[in-house]
Design a protein around this ligand. Sequence first.
Ligand SMILES: Nc1ncnc2c1ncn2[C@@H]1O[C@H](COP(=O)(O)O)[C@@H](OP(=O)(O)O)[C@H]1O
Ligand SMILES: [Mg+2]
Length: 266
Amino acid sequence: MRTRLIEGVQTAGREVISIYERDFSVETKDDKSPLTEADMASHHALVDLLEGITPEVPILSEESAEIPFATRKVWQRYWLIDPLDGTKEFIKKNGEFTLNVALIEDGVPVFGIVHAPVLRTTWIGQQGQGAWKQENGGALELIRVRALPDPEQESWQVVGSRIHGSEEFEAFCRILPNHERTSMGSSLKLCLVAEGKADLYPRLAPTSEWDTAAAQAVVTAAGGQVLDAHTLEPLRCNQQESILNPFFIVAGERDPRWESALRASL
Ligand SMILES: Nc1ncnc2c1ncn2[C@@H]1O[C@H](COP(=O)(O)O)[C@@H](OP(=O)(O)O)[C@H]1O
Ligand SMILES: [Mg+2]
């Protein structure tokens, strides 16, 4: 089933690329965020794929999110998808957007695929099995978070949004030991932590559960953590009416130096 899913998501990615490479229309959703033909094409391709493989498992997608909490709270298992994460990056044509498919069990993302079609890269995470990266259709390579280096010897790598910064994020960075910052669109930020290219991704600004669930499965299967910034408990899906995540931080490992910077910045 895993191979069929990965190939299906990559096929949906090719549909997205065919739209990316020509002129496409951009609409504005009720929440003022942009929507392209590619978001909808990817949504339909992923829903068809998942319904074909697991017809009994319900699907919640960013593009069909109007399912009441009363209905979805009884779901023990469901697919949570963001057909195109980083729509603004897609419109800017910088390649930093992803297709995201997560399987949630009892609120926990247990399996995830994050696919970046322009980068020709896919990240996969499966609870209890491991996390992998596949580039250019090659073999799956095992990935793992890296241990935090001694900041006296080597800067910590911090990754943030290109667009959605915040006062809290700036405050956190001011207190953090020696580090370098890079910006990146979409769930790619979590994948950078999963493969040990970044140490921290503090998201002290709003996101929704579909923005993070697939990549959370990759990060945790790679040995890392996706934690509520206030409680330092792992993010859980489908726990309440609101689909918004709390502010969170992604890290390879917990460490009192970033935890105290985080407490001071909130
Ligand atoms: N005010 C807000 N509320 C909820 N989610 C928001 C938000 N502002 C941005 N986001 C989410 O942040 C994502 C982009 O993050 P980043 O800036 O890190 O690339 C968007 O994904 P989409 O492109 O899928 O809409 C969107 O879901
Ligand atoms: Mg998104």
